[in-house]
Write a protein that binds this ligand. Structure first.
Ligand code: MF3
Ligand code: CO
Length: 250
């Protein structure tokens, strides 16, 4: 398929989709507290996306049954919201949400602490976020795609955390998942050249323990094999002539 370079008009629409999605994430962050169910988060997010004029793009994607992916503790990504799954003080919860606005997708994920969390868990969340920004520094026209991957991997390495390999970042546009795939682990090649007008979802998924993951019987929920906790941090970004632009922010 190849990597699609977006026109100014397309970039404008993706930017708006992303800006609105960032508002959804802000509302969800404020909503997180001990005692709520993961289903309540899904309902809140779905309502918010629609109120802003968007359509949840995860709902029915390959049969995924909800609008927000809610993944708790050792769940890495794609947790299915459930009214019986209640958040407890000390948990960490990863929220992955996306929307379509006037035909254009956006994609963003954050991991939040529920109430007071351990220093260890906070460190995992922080390092995961920081690894995104290490990757972002390399996201410049003229650099190559895997410079982003290698920067993320190099940032995480000294912490001894596991970098998930089975799931990767991706291009974003009229489809949720476009070329290229963007690994978060070290690559030997440099990959395609980055060019202005590329819109990319960069999304490190980092485990406190080993990198290996497995799928639950629901065929969606990805969990760590060793039961260690996992964090996720994702933004949709735009490659420009100069500094990259984080589109998923408000
Ligand atoms: N947000 C995920 C990604 O970054 C996609 C979720 S797909 C769903 O690629 F089906 F689980 F919604
Ligand atoms: Co994504």
């Amino acid at each position: 398929m190849g990597i699609i370079i977006k026109t100014e008009k397309q970039i404008g629409l993706i930017r708006e989709s992303c800006r609105l999605l960032a508002i959804v994430h802000q509302e969800l962050e404020e909503f997180i507290r001990p005692g709520i169910s993961t289903k309540e988060i899904d309902i809140k997010g779905d309502t918010c996306i629609r109120k802003l004029g968007g359509i949840p793009n995860f709902l029915h994607y390959n049969g995924y049954p909800a609008s927000i992916c809610v993944s708790v503790n050792d769940e890495v990504v794609h947790g299915i919201p459930n009214k019986h799954r209640i958040l407890e003080e000390g948990d960490i919860v990863s929220l992955d949400a996306g929307m379509i606005y006037q035909g254009y997708h956006s994609d963003e994920a954050r991991t939040h602490g529920v109430g007071k969390i351990s220093a260890e868990a906070q460190k995992l969340i922080n390092v995961t976020r920081e690894s995104f920004f290490a990757g972002l520094k390399m996201a410049k026209a003229g650099n190559h795609l895997f410079d982003i991957s290698n920067a993320i991997a190099a940032y995480v390495k000294p912490y001894g955390y596991g970098i998930v390999r089975e799931l990767v970042g991706h291009g974003v546009g009229t489809k949720l998942h476009e070329d290229p795939q963007i690994p978060n682990f070290a690559q030997t090649r440099r990959g395609p050249k980055l060019r202005p007008g590329m819109t990319l979802a960069v999304e490190p998924m980092i485990n406190m323990g080993r990198a290996d993951v497995e799928w639950l019987d629901d065929n969606w929920t990805v969990v760590t094999e060793d039961g260690s906790w996992s964090a996720h941090y994702e933004n949709t970004i735009l490659i420009t002539e100069g500094e990259p632009e984080i589109l998923t922010r408000c």
